[in-house]
Design a protein around this ligand. Structure first.
Ligand code: UGY
Ligand code: MN
Length: 254
């Protein structure tokens, strides 16, 4: 790093409690307890207004966590953006490659290990599970997005959706991947109670957030709070694709 050639500027937009756009250029690395040979950027937390915590983690070769992440009522999720990862839950090892993921239910925690010779890039997520009497707890899910068949989104051939977790009442969250071919868009501007933590895996677009159009691209993170107006048009030459969280299957408390 050296002095910039021009005035300092940023595309980041932070509206506490409403929404945020966090581009990769502004990310700052943190050290976390029990994460060895890892750098972590915390991209969403209750301090922003989110009900969950989301991280971008880079694990060096030999990097690992030395204490279980999640458990005691906290459900967790890890997705491999680049490289490979071993995830150990309940003494069982799950070997992930790029596109692989593990969802860990709230009574279990996961240990992460990079046993390869190169860096691994992860998306990590945790939130407090909302139990409902009479509904069984969710179960561990391990898969790779390359094994899942995308479905056509809202009848639009150039937009596809992948659900990473089961659409079962036991689950109070899901992770999805939406992919828009250039020129593709949402069918309408959404306004809904659910939050999203969205990480852009590829492409470029113009995103409608809180009644403003904002340019976005690969590597950006968008937090959308409850009832924030949202939709996108994909632009450029590559599909716009993002992985996003969504809370589901629960009746809000009053
Ligand atoms: O599932 C969703 O709510 C999704 N369509 N939202 C979004 O892409 N902003
Ligand atoms: Mn939405």
């Amino acid at each position: 790093m050296t002095y910039p050639k021009d005035l300092l500027s940023t595309r980041a937009i932070i509206e506490h409690g409403r929404y945020a756009l966090i581009p990769p250029e502004g990310l700052v690395n943190n050290q976390l307890p029990f994460f060895e040979k890892c750098t972590a950027s915390i991209i969403a937390s209750p301090k922003l207004g989110a009900s969950f915590v989301q991280y971008l983690i880079e694990m060096e070769a030999g990097g690992k966590t030395t204490k279980a992440f999640g458990g005691n009522g906290i459900e967790s999720f890890v997705f491999v953006r680049e490289g490979t990862l071993d995830v150990i839950v309940d003494n069982k090892k799950y070997e992930l490659t790029q596109g692989g993921y593990v969802y860990c239910p709230p009574h279990l925690g996961m240990i992460l290990e990079n046993n390869s010779n190169s860096n691994t890039k992860l998306i990590l997520y945790k939130q407090r599970y909302i139990a409902v009497e009479g509904i069984p707890e969710p179960w561990l899910v391990c898969n790779n997005i390359n094994n899942l068949e995308p479905s056509i989104y809202e009848g639009m051939e150039d937009v596809t959706l992948i659900d990473l977790l089961p659409t079962d009442m036991s689950f109070d969250m899901n992770m999805h991947i939406l992919t828009f071919q250039p020129g593709g868009s949402h069918p309408f501007i959404e306004t809904h109670v659910q939050e999203h933590g969205a990480y852009l895996l590829s492409g470029q677009g113009i995103y409608y957030l809180d009644n403003k159009w904002v340019p976005v691209k690969k590597g950006d993170f968008i937090w959308m709070g409850p009832f924030i107006q949202q939709a996108t048009y994909a632009v450029g030459h590559e599909p716009l694709s993002y992985i996003y969280s969504k809370d589901c299957n629960r009746d809000p408390e009053i």
